[in-house]
Design a protein around this ligand. Structure first.
Ligand SMILES: O=P(O)(O)OC[C@H]1O[C@H](OP(=O)(O)OP(=O)(O)O)[C@H](O)[C@@H]1O
Length: 199
């Protein structure tokens, strides 16, 4: 498995991806992305780089490649969200949170909108932003949806922007929470699969 990841990290690096982008693309931490790259750049004998960081690479392609499977899993995520009461707007984080959010909104008969995190925006002074093509969030009870939490930064950013826009974030729902957190900025985090460190 490591070999496959190392190869993918190398390919991404060859295509000009930064360490942060490789981490995002492979759903691993930046430390892990750095380690993967070092394995093929000849620097692997450097101190501290021989042992792989403790991390999990998430590959949900068997789910993402089937709309039927996505629908079932989105229904389970919607069910988690409904534990926090009526939801008015489902906020999908681009890119991978969007298909889950779209299906969840259909299942619970809520509106849908999309959040672009700052890392996907090009202008130097950009902040994360809610797309103007979709539902507005002001004064609305919203649920934030993404595929994976690694550091929690992206969900944290979404919560701050939604609060600034006058929304009421009820909870964040993700497929896999690699950080195993209960809440971010006072907003509960729910996941279908939660990874917990045992030591
Ligand atoms: O908890 P964090 O450390 O913030 O990482 C999690 C984020 O990273 C991934 O986004 P990315 O932009 O890599 O992928 P995507 O465009 O495929 O959604 C993932 O979809 C989350 O949005």
């Amino acid at each position: 498995m490591n070999e496959e990841l190392i190869k993918r990290a190398y390919e991404l690096r060859s295509r000009g991806f930064t360490t942060g982008e490789i981490a995002d693309e492979l759903n691993v931490s930046k430390d892990t992305a750095r380690w993967l790259i070092l394995q093929v750049t000849g620097k692997k004998m450097e101190e501290g780089t021989q042992k792989a960081p403790v991390d999990f690479a998430i590959n949900w392609k068997n789910l993402g490649s089937s709309s039927t499977r996505m629908m079932h899993v989105s229904a389970a995520m919607a069910d988690l969200a409904l534990e926090y009461g009526d939801v008015e707007v489902v906020v999908g984080i681009t890119v991978s949170g969007v298909p889950f959010a779209t299906m969840m909104a259909e299942i619970i008969d809520a509106n849908i909108t999309i959040f672009h995190p700052i890392k996907h925006r090009k202008e130097e002074d950009a902040r994360g932003a809610i797309s103007s093509n979709f539902a507005s969030v002001e004064g609305k009870k919203v649920v934030i949806v993404d595929d994976v939490i690694t550091s929690g930064r992206t969900v944290n950013e979404a919560i701050n922007i939604l609060n600034d826009l006058g929304a009421n974030p009820l909870c964040a729902v993700v497929l896999i929470d690699k950080k195993g957190i209960d809440e971010i900025e006072g907003v509960p985090v729910e996941s279908l699969i939660r990874v917990s460190r045992l030591g």
